[in-house]
Design a protein around this ligand. Sequence first.
Ligand code: HEM
Length: 467
Amino acid sequence: MLDFVIFAATFLTALLIATIYFYPGSRRVTRIPGPEPTTKEDGNLSDIARAGSLHQYLMMLHKQYGDITAFWMGQELVVSICSPELFKQHASVFDRPPSLFELFKPLLGEKSPQYANKADGRKRRKCYDSVLAHDYLHHYYPAIQEISDNLVKKWSTIAKDEHIPLAQYMNGFSLKVVLVSLFGNKAWSDEQILEFIHQHDIVWGEMERRLTDFPEEGSSRIKAFEEAKNRMLELFKKIIKNPKKLKDADEYLFIDALLDSTTDKDQIFSDVITYVIGGYHTTGNLLTWAVYFLATYQDIQDKVYKEIRKVLGKEDVNPKSAKDLVYLNQVIDETLRCAIVAPWAARYQDIDSELGGHKIPKNTPVIHALGVSLQNGKYYPVPNKFDPDRFSPENKKSRPTLAFQPFGFAGKRMCPAYKFAYAEAIIGLATLLRKFKIRMVEGQVVTPVYGYVTHPKDEIWVEIEKR
Ligand code: HEM
């Protein structure tokens, strides 16, 4: 009998230890509040899919568990933070966790700056930042202005009641701006621009879908993805083949800084792809959402128009007047906040660390839930309301700086082109709005899709009237 009791006790203890060891939730080596994994294999991936997107899942988690939470992406424990206080504690962390961005590798390539950490990452940032720095931006104003003027010319041929596909135009505009400003490449026709955007939508949509739903080997999804990716890479090769021939000899652009810094062909290819894609669909969507809000709220559009007339008169935008367009800047900030253009960033450390009093085991990815923080009712009462006055100089002062970080904030690795993005948005919007009154076509339901970048689910249609 005693033998049986000893055997039973030993068996039960072994079972308990095995359960603790093999069940991922129990491997939690931190006490950060959060959900248990739904399945051992996928962790909370099915919950993320059910929420609609990672951003929407993070909104739910932070509401339930507070400013710091942890969940399972597959078998990896991931921490997420969303408050200015916690952001501050991560403000000097540079390295980005490769695992969370792995999905984009088939397009961006192994050597993309997305995956460049430590000394290599810092060196590359320093080199490219020089051509995107504040005091270098005036070089790009004439090119952005010319592309904006061409858009106005095109829209001037559109009849008053014709429906305009807003996202297509804004993304096309933004792609042209990146190609011309960073690469001096004016060679792409409108057809090539549209084709690139079409292929990009297929490739990017598939990569984002793979976060929670990986396609089966040989499926039609894989085929469509490969075809679109190869077509995109063909178009990219045209930029890279003879880059110096595309541009004027006396210009020193991003492509020059890149070619002066390395001869590694794979790196050059990856950097070009990362900067074109990182540069065009972010700002393209910022512009799409900004025009959408302005077309929806005519009183705000009128106020912007009056400011443009007062500040610019008949002049084009220059770096000084771009700053003086205070209300337009507020509209852009409120668009970044309300539309949540880029919902999250992430970091990790190869040492054990602490965050909000919790132990963070080394190599644990920490998400900066930028989008959750932009919807925080403590700093932005009635967060869903579009209200540019939240960004008046006085109101801005009443919030911690880290409550508004739509471009990331940590380790001097926030978006390298955030000032470029403002310049592009200001020139583009001021040029369009001074010529046209823009209205929404009635009867549309506009739904955001929160991916790595937030875009409308369907095309947004607008109508214009010449001023
Ligand atoms: C509305 C416009 C934009 C938004 C909201 C945005 C947002 C972001 C965010 C949140 C990050 C991650 C920062 C971090 O990890 O802390 C990022 C990184 C990056 N962005 Fe942007 N971005 C915008 C425009 C642009 C433009 C115009 C370019 C290029 C011309 C660009 C190129 C990049 C690149 C290359 C990175 C990775 C940098 C690195 O790894 O060091 N972005 N952006």
